[in-house]
Design a protein around this ligand. Structure first.
Ligand code: SAH
Ligand code: SF4
Length: 406
């Protein structure tokens, strides 16, 4: 049940909800779409053809109305429109950086929100997609990590982020040649491997050759090192892997990334060495945020080379200058030091480009994403605190500290 911020149930009148109980077909995979079409009385021998047509219109052409599906007979179109809708979640806010980066704050049907970022470059356009609202992992340097996990996104919500970006970039008119989103990175909010099934389903829809047709070589999934799912990711999804390394010693990594207690460096690097499909032409990317005085010494750089050699990893390192956010304790390493770090790794025979921060002015850079869903929970916390204070006022035995306020 939906509730308003004041906690009352949302009452939806038929006028407010013109879609009634119609099912949204955006985000259905091929099997589900066939089942949906069969369920509305389309003759059995037509189901395969009709679902292929609808699939093409929805995922290749990006239409949002059944009326536009010109090769579908009129009576089937009417039947589809009686039962289904093709609906994107709402863009609550679109921000445009002066470097061309676009950030979308997207609100899903239940009111939760997540961010998606489009990063244009000379030879490509990359869409950074979220897999969860919030994140359970609390990496200390990451803004998303300060949110509690609200929930996993569904496959439909993951695919919808791409549909929305393509709408905003007017990409549907020329779906293959006029591509502006040429690459996808699962590097938005959340840990994609903790939402494995939905991420897999979404990426299968995105890669489908009669739909959006994005090649697996153009998709990269970034994980903080969820070892048990890394192999599955390679075998079952087959996309490029990026791993958030950020430290070369277990004590440092555990301090900044609590998941290291569960899956330490050795386990993560072994899983990388065993990643299906990893070879020199398709290297694993190690992400390394440059945190001043934490992980950025010359010794760290040399240790990084040693580790990559020890595990014989076909790898490259992406050095990410730390992107600051309000309230963080970390600082970005000095530019000279980032450069030295990069040189040392290069001299060790490993490519280590420094990633230019994009969209920092609109808080769209790596690790800066955080949605208003947390503001809601803060409001909830404030209400709880108020209620606790009120309760304390009526009970002489309750100390102020028991309200949880600091
Ligand atoms: N949860 C996944 C993917 C999302 S984060 C993961 O952790 O891999 C995308 C990348 O940005 C990760 O490598 C993450 O560690 C890094 N990152 C997080 N906060 C950052 C910050 N403030 N500055 C620079 N990089 C950051
Ligand atoms: Fe979650 Fe990735 Fe941020 Fe860590 S870096 S808190 S895993 S989103």
């Amino acid at each position: 049940m939906q509730v308003t911020p004041s906690g009352n149930p949302v009452v939806v009148s038929p006028r407010d909800n013109p879609d009634g109980d119609k099912q949204n077909i955006l985000g259905l995979d091929r099997t589900e779409l066939k089942q949906a079409i069969a369920s509305i009385g389309v003759p059995e021998k037509q189901v395969k053809m009709r679902s292929a047509q609808v699939w093409h219109w929805v995922y290749h052409r990006g239409v949002t109305s059944f009326d536009d599906m010109l090769n579908v007979s009129k009576d089937v179109r009417a039947r589809l429109a009686d039962h289904f809708i093709i609906k994107r979640p709402e863009i609550v806010e679109a921000q445009y950086s002066n470097d061309g980066t676009r950030k979308y704050l997207i609100r899903f049907a239940d009111g939760n929100e997540a961010e998606t970022v489009y990063i244009p470059e000379e030879d490509r356009g990359t869409l950074c997609i979220s897999s969860q609202v919030g994140c359970t992992l609390n990496c200390k340097f990451c803004h998303t990590g300060t949110m509690k996990l609200v929930r996993n996104l569904t496959a439909a919500e993951i695919v919808a982020q791409l549909m929305i970006a393509r709408d905003d970039l007017s990409e549907w008119e020329n779906p293959t040649e006029g591509r502006r989103v040429t690459n996808i990175v699962m590097m938005g909010m959340g840990e994609p491997l903790y939402n494995f099934d939905n991420v897999k389903k979404a990426l299968e829809i995105v890669m489908d050759e009669e739909g959006i047709q994005l090649s697996r070589r153009r998709i990269t999934l970034s994980t903080s090192g969820v070892v048990p799912h890394m192999e599955r990711c390679g075998k079952e999804i087959g996309v490029n892997l990026a791993v958030s390394l950020h430290a070369v010693r277990d004590d440092v990594r555990t301090d900044i990334m609590p998941i290291n207690k569960k899956y330490n460096l050795e386990q993560v690097l072994t899983a990388c060495a065993n990643y299906p499909g990893a070879h020199n032409a398709r290297r694993i990317t190690f992400e390394y945020a440059m945190l001043k005085g934490v992980n950025d010494s010359d010794k760290d750089a040399r240790e990084l080379v040693k580790l990559i050699r020890k595990y014989k990893l076909p790898a490259k390192v992406n050095l990410i200058p730390f992107n600051p956010w309000p309230g963080t304790d970390y600082e970005c390493s000095d530019w000279d030091q980032i450069q030295r770090f990069s040189d040392i790794v290069y001299e060790g025979g490993i490519s280590a480009p420094i990633r230019t921060p994009r969209g920092r002015d609109i808080m769209a850079a790596c690790g800066q994403l955080k949605s208003a869903s947390e503001k809601k929970s803060k409001a909830e916390l404030a209400r709880e605190a108020e209620a606790a204070v009120a309760a304390a006022a009526t009970s002489e035995t309750v100390h102020h500290s028991s309200t949880g306020l600091t």
